[in-house]
Structures are given as C-alpha cells and as structure tokens.
Design a protein around this ligand. Structure first.
Ligand code: BES
Ligand code: ZN
Ligand code: ZN
Length: 500
C-alpha cells in the first residue's frame, strides 16, 4: 500500500488530525501563515518553543508538540528548513522526506498539511506544496515485498490530507501530479530492488505489458528469434550465456500522430551482470541486480508520460538479458556484427551494456526520432569520477544536453557533462574489427560514451551513465538507502519542458 493524497476544505484549527505537519525556517522572527494561526490558537506554543532554543528550525530537524486540545490536532510536527538564504526546492523535498519519515516511525498513519504550507520568496505555493509532497512520498519508500515474518510491525503512512480554506483546482492538480511521479519512481525502485531470480527478461516483459495495458501504451516484445532475423548480433552475443531467453521491450506512447516522430528513451536492462567470462570479483556481486536500472527508469517514465497525457510521442526501448558465463557464453576476442553492420571486437564480456545498447540505438533510428536519451549503469569509472550521487552525461547536441541539465536542476537529480572528443576514439581502435568494446584503463566512462556514439550518428542524443546514483548506500533526506529511482523525475521534467 502506498500513500494516498486527499484534499479537504476546513481549518487547521478545527480539523481532527493525528499529526499536523508544519515546516519552519531557521531564525523565524515573525511567524508566517499557518504557524501564526497555530501559535495564536495555542497561546504561543510555537513562539515559546523557538524562544527556548530547543528547536530553531534547523535544517531537517524535527520536533513534536502536543497542543492539548487547543487545536483538534493531537500533535504538531515541526520540521526545520534551515536558513532562508540556502533554501531551494530540494530543501523543501528533503524537509518533506524527513517529516513523513518521522511521522511514519511514530506509527502514525495519516498526515495533515495546510495548503499554504510555506511562504518563500521566489516560489509559488503550489511549487512548494509539490516539492514537500514529492519529498514526503518518496522519503517513506520501503521495499518489503519479500519479507514474510513480522509484517505486522511494518509501519506505513497511508494518507496525507491537504487542508485548505476553499476547494482549489490547483491543489487537485498538484496532488495528481505528485501521485503520478511517485508511482513512476516506485516502479523503478521496486524493479531495481527485486533480485535477478524474480525479474528475468520474460518477467520484465510481462510487467511492461501490464503497465502498457493499464496506461494506454502499446507494448511489443522482440524475441531472440526476431532479433536474430534482424541481425542484432551485439545484443544476442550478450544473451548467449544465459538460459533465460532475452527480450527487447518496446513501449510506445502516441499522444497524437500530428506531433510527428517520437522522442526515444532507451534503458539498459541487464537483470544480472556477473561480468560473463570476464567474471567480476565476488565481493558485492549481488549488487549487480541493479544493472537494469536504466530500463526500470524507462518503464516508470513511460507510465508517467501516459498518465500526464504529455503532448508528445514517446518510445521506450529496453534490451533485457542476463550477462552470465557458461558453455555458450560469448568470449573475449569474439568479433560481433551489430545491427548497424559495424563489427566489434570483444575485449571484455563485462562491457556488455554498450553492446546491448548499440543494437537498441540502431533499432531506435527506425523511428526517425527527434532525439534519443539513453540511461545505463554503464561504468564503474563513472562512480570513480563523479561519486555516488551524480550521473555522467555525454552527447552530440549541446541544445539537448542543456535541456537535460535544466531538467536536472529542477528535480535535484545531479548530472555532470563529460566530453566526447573524437581523439578519445583512439582507445577503441581494433586491429581485427571496426572497433573494440573496451579501451585502456583511462577515461572509462567517456570511452563507453564514444562507443555508443558510433551507433547514433546525427540524431540528437544524450547518454546518461547512472552507475553511481542508481543505488544509495546511505539514507538521504528523501531517498532512503537502496534503489533510488534516479532519472525518472528528471526524464519526466525533461519531457514536460520539451512539450512546452
Ligand atoms: N554494470 C557494470 C558497471 C557498473 C559497475 C555499475 C559497478 C555499477 C557499479 C558494467 O557492465 C561494467 O561491468 N562495466 C565495466 C566496464 C569495463 C569492462 C570497461 C566496469 O565498469 O568495470
Ligand atoms: Zn558489465
Ligand atoms: Zn553492466
């Protein structure tokens, strides 16, 4: 069960509530809006607290007060926003995450919030509400599907009620928007959290078909036999080592034929990356179930685009397979003929992501797309370069890259551009084929990008290496440790901006 949003006309004084949540700036001199209303009704409860110094509105600090029948609410939960000068929407999301988390851990199931949740210069009321609710609903995510014992102890917030003085359409729109985003991010997080034995390519294809059926999307699944006929030699080589039949999932969202050719989003879908014959070391290998995160992000984004009825046409392509060693597995030294006709010398079977993406990129060109964005947990080198919380982006079109960066700034999912200068291609030169799938040890993320570029040519394209931010090792204010769903909100924002 996931959190449901509701709006209700009423007053925060007289509304029955288990927990009325209010964000507070640090060093608040005059209490704004709802804080003032509550303070007056409680004869200075909040002012006294701030004077005491026990809680000053420090960023992400929470504090609970009992209004003792001065309000109909049983508890007031304050969450600090820190200093006004440092405030932005990401702080608002973080505060939402912290507040919802705090309430959830108390075992409380319903949260109440005033509609005019905060007054902050430069931000509209609905923007602030949206950020708080987004952070809140993403912050209380947990993946407990596979736990059977002690389920009764799992705490969950069921409901969040927005209290407003009169019925307002903008509130309904915010609630709907946040719900769609939340569901899309949860799709990605759930899929990435699942272990590989519970998300085989066939299972993911079924899942995509269900998403399609529920959301007026079209879904097609390309089988290995069909891929063979088309000549997808790079994709099939990776699939060869696994007994699980590989699939390429295609999801199509057509808002209107008049909008012309689609945008294409492609996601790497390796359900388990053992490295293949170039076997990975066993330490942390279990983590390689998250190597389909790009594909999971594409699935979530496709659903969101359809539910938001975005005015554009969109295609999602997800090549899905395991990468395993075995008697039939592809080997270092093998030369593959890709769908594009270009030949590839395999140096490492662990650089499999770029191989399946190569054929997916070539296939994408059939749509004559306006632009292509691919997302992939492609290189460990990207984590070395940028750390755990930042994606590397590369591309062939400065305007498209700017659009991705602009979306990233709005959603707080950080990206950093790396160059794709032609001389980097020297690392991929092969004596026996058109190029190799791996260079030397240097510039690992960039050579991955350079490899993909060979299959894109002129279509405006951005590649996003999400190896770092796909999985959080530590709790962040609104992203619990584990699968983050990184990329879903960014892509949805990018598509919204595109369609404007
Ligand atoms: N899926 C991995 C990349 C990865 C590694 C993601 C660690 C997250 C954490 C990818 O398929 C891979 O193995 N890449 C190799 C590339 C190398 C052989 C050029 C890598 O990063 O070591
Ligand atoms: Zn690999
Ligand atoms: Zn991989």
């Amino acid at each position: 069960m996931a959190i449901k949003f509701k709006s209700k006309v009423g007053s925060i004084i007289s509304e029955m509530a288990e927990a009325l949540v209010l964000p507070v700036f640090e060093d608040t001199k005059t209490l704004p809006g709802p804080l003032d209303v509550v303070d007056r009704a409680t004869k200075g409860l909040i002012k006294n607290l701030l004077l005491s110094g026990d809680f000053l509105g420090e960023r992400y600090k929470t504090f609970m007060l009992y209004p003792q029948r001065a309000l109909s609410a049983k508890r007031i939960v304050l969450v600090g926003l820190g200093k006004k000068e440092k405030f932005d929407l990401d702080v608002m999301r973080g505060a939402g995450g912290k507040a919802f988390h705090y309430v959830r851990d108390l075992g409380i199931k319903t949260i109440h919030l005033p509609e005019d949740i905060l007054d902050a210069k430069g931000f509209s009321a609905s923007e602030l509400l949206e950020a708080f609710l987004t952070g809140g609903s993403l912050g209380v995510y947990q993946f407990r599907d596979l736990i059977t014992t002690g389920r009764e102890k799992i705490k969950e917030v069921d409901e969040c009620v927005i209290v407003s003085q009169k019925k307002e359409r903008t509130i309904e729109m915010v609630l709907r928007h946040v719900t769609i985003l939340r569901e899309a991010v949860y799709i990605a997080r759930d899929l990435v959290s699942l272990p590989a034995n519970k998300k085989t390519p066939a299972m993911l294809a079924l899942h995509a078909q269900t998403i399609a059926k529920n959301n007026t999307l079209k879904c097609r699944v390309i089988t290995e036999e069909q891929a063979q006929k088309m000549g997808m030699g790079a994709f099939l080589a990776v699939a060869q080592g696994s007994r699980e039949p590989a699939k390429i999932i295609i999801l199509e969202y057509t808002a209107n034929r008049n909008f012309g050719p689609p945008l294409v989003i492609i996601g790497k879908g390796i359900t388990f990356d053992s490295g293949g014959i170039s076997l990975k070391p066993p330490d942390k290998m279990e983590q390689m179930k998250d190597d389909m995160a790009g594909g999971a992000v594409v699935m979530g984004t496709m659903q969101a685009a359809a539910r938001m009825k975005l005015p554009l046409n969109l295609v999602g392509i997800i090549p899905v397979t395991e990468n395993l060693p075995g008697g039939k597995a592809y080997k270092p030294g093998d030369v593959l003929t890709s769908l594009s006709g270009q030949t590839i010398e395999v140096i490492s079977t662990d650089a499999e992501g770029r191989l399946i993406l190569a054929d997916a990129l070539t296939y994408a060109k059939r749509y004559k797309p306006k632009a292509i964005v691919d997302l992939a947990t492609l290189t460990g080198a990207c984590i070395t370069a940028l750390g755990d919380y930042v994606a590397g982006i590369m591309g062939n079109d400065p305007a498209l890259l700017s659009k991705v960066k602009a979306a990233s700034e709005k959603t707080g999912e950080k990206v950093w551009e790396l160059p794709l200068w032609e001389e980097y291609f020297d690392y991929l030169k092969s004596d026996i084929a058109d190029f190799k799938n791996v260079g030397t040890r240097v510039a690992g993320t960039i050579t991955g990008g350079m490899f993909l570029k060979k299959f894109v040519n002129d279509t405006p394209w951005v590649h996003m290496d999400i190896a770092g931010p796909t999985w959080y090792e530590k709790d962040k204010p609104y992203i619990p440790k584990g699968a983050s769903g990184f990329g879903v909100r960014l892509l949805v924002q990018f598509l919204k901006d595109w369609s404007k």
